[in-house]
Ligand binder design. Structure first.
Ligand code: HEC
Length: 149
């Protein structure tokens, strides 16, 4: 009877040893490696702010607001991994190993169509994005603008 009342941890404790167990019993398993999803709420909040900026600025330049839509899309859907300037330093960049899109050697090698295909089909750990052609083309231009001299 008595032996049943001894908590499991205590029994394991004796077998495995103090150091290993004192931490194993306290902590739940790590839940930090969650998949990122484009619907991340943090991004949505920023979209609101950016939409306001766009309404004041770029949209009047283009007449249709496509430039600011591209801007919003980049910040919302891409910068979380690639960083604001494409350096791969977004909050999720290290976790997904997002590459630096400014590298001159890559920029020289890659074709616009290939950049568009990466966005539309995904690549490796990068998810695919179902976006209108106009936005995809704008994103390609944005990616080109990161090119290092
Ligand atoms: C979840 C993180 C993540 C997000 C979000 C993301 N990417 Fe990526 N991206 C990656 C990773 C990782 C790679 C490297 C893929 C590989 O080479 O295996 C990559 C590669 C790329 C490349 C280079 C492809 C090549 O030819 O090597 C481009 C261009 C790119 N991303 C653009 C974008 C654009 C534009 C968006 C937004 C619409 C975006 N990415 C969103 C993670 C991400």
């Amino acid at each position: 009877m008595i032996s049943r009342q001894i908590p499991r941890c205590t029994l394991l404790f004796a077998v495995v040893g103090m150091a290993a167990l004192s931490s194993a019993c306290d902590r739940p398993p790590s839940v930090e490696l969650k998949e990122w999803s484009p619907a991340d709420h943090e991004g949505e909040k920023k979209a609101g702010e950016n939409a306001k900026q766009g309404a004041r600025g770029e949209s009047s330049e283009t007449g249709r607001g496509a430039a600011s839509l591209v801007d919003i899309t980049w910040r919302n859907q891409c910068a979380s991994c690639h960083g604001p300037q494409g350096k791969g330093d977004g909050p999720q960049g290290p976790m997904f190993k997002a590459p630096d899109l400014g590298r001159a050697d890559w920029q020289a090698r890659v074709k616009d169509d290939e950049i568009a295909a990466t966005i539309q089909n995904g690549k490796g750990r990068m998810p695919k994005f179902d976006l209108p052609d106009e936005i995809v083309r704008g994103l390609v231009t944005r990616v080109r603008s990161f090119r290092e001299q």
